[in-house]
Design a protein around this ligand. Structure first.
Ligand code: ZN
Length: 245
């Protein structure tokens, strides 16, 4: 079976549509596994929720999902531009969208995986970007592997037998082979990649081959940016899309 791993869609309908088309081109997928931050930043929150809900999927909640749905009232924890986009998002979401977002769990366990947005230790907030933070987090999940989002960067951390943590490469040319060692894996961001490559990022997990492969998909960034201008969303959020930062 194959599963598509999607993180940080962030209301970017063009990116989500391009990724779903790419997934379809590659053959049959059992289910989408969505790692939080479905909304926030981008111009099409309702449309992204609707499109996602039309597909078989499981999803966990991200920090933007809890704020934009009003589930948690602590927007001061976000930077000013993110908070502005969040307020706008909350205004345009339907009651049904808000209900959907509020009901997302923070943790889902599936097969050998635990799914969270941030980290196993702090599912909504913590970024797993360094070896030291990854190492601490290996104590916080019992499954073999943990899938995360939040940093919008494709990253893999592996816990070795000697108790040390190392990074493994994850790119379009180099997949990750799942073995006996614990791993924390981030498939990068769909709607606002931050690794310097503006193309949407996602991964496919093949449960028979025990491999996770990364895919990058170009999408109509200009169209997303034009919509953001029309909706008066912060300039920095608009310009960063073309840079992938
Ligand atoms: Zn995010």
């Amino acid at each position: 079976m194959k599963y598509a791993l999607l993180a940080d869609i962030h209301s970017n309908l063009e990116a989500l549509t391009a990724v779903l088309e790419d997934i379809e081109r590659r053959g049959s997928i059992e289910e989408l596994w969505v790692l939080g931050d479905i909304v926030g930043y981008g111009p099409d929150p309702s449309e992204c929720i609707k499109l996602l809900r039309s597909r078989k999927h499981i999803a966990v909640s991200g920090n933007h999902d809890v704020f934009c749905s009003g589930k948690m009232d602590a927007r001061y924890l976000l930077n000013p531009e993110a908070a502005t986009a969040c307020l706008w998002t909350e205004r345009v979401l339907s009651a049904e969208d808000i209900e959907y977002l509020k009901n997302l769990p923070e943790i889902v366990e599936r097969d050998d995986f635990m799914l969270v947005h941030g980290s196993p230790r702090d599912p909504l907030w913590e970024y797993v970007m360094s070896l030291s933070v990854a190492l601490i987090n290996f104590d916080y999940f019992r499954s073999k592997y943990c899938l995360v989002g939040h940093s919008h960067m494709p990253l893999v951390f592996k816990l070795g037998e000697d108790g040390h943590c190392i990074n493994l490469p994850l790119s379009e040319s180099v997949g990750v082979v799942l073995g006996k060692h614990k791993m924390i894996i981030n498939p990068g961001g769909v709607g606002q990649p931050r690794d310097g490559d503006p193309r949407a990022s996602y991964a496919i997990y093949d449960s028979e081959a025990k491999v996770i492969r990364l895919h990058r998909v170009p999408y109509d960034i200009k169209l997303t940016q034009q919509k953001m201008v029309k909706r008066n969303l912060p300039v920095r959020l608009i310009s960063r899309l073309e840079k992938g930062l």
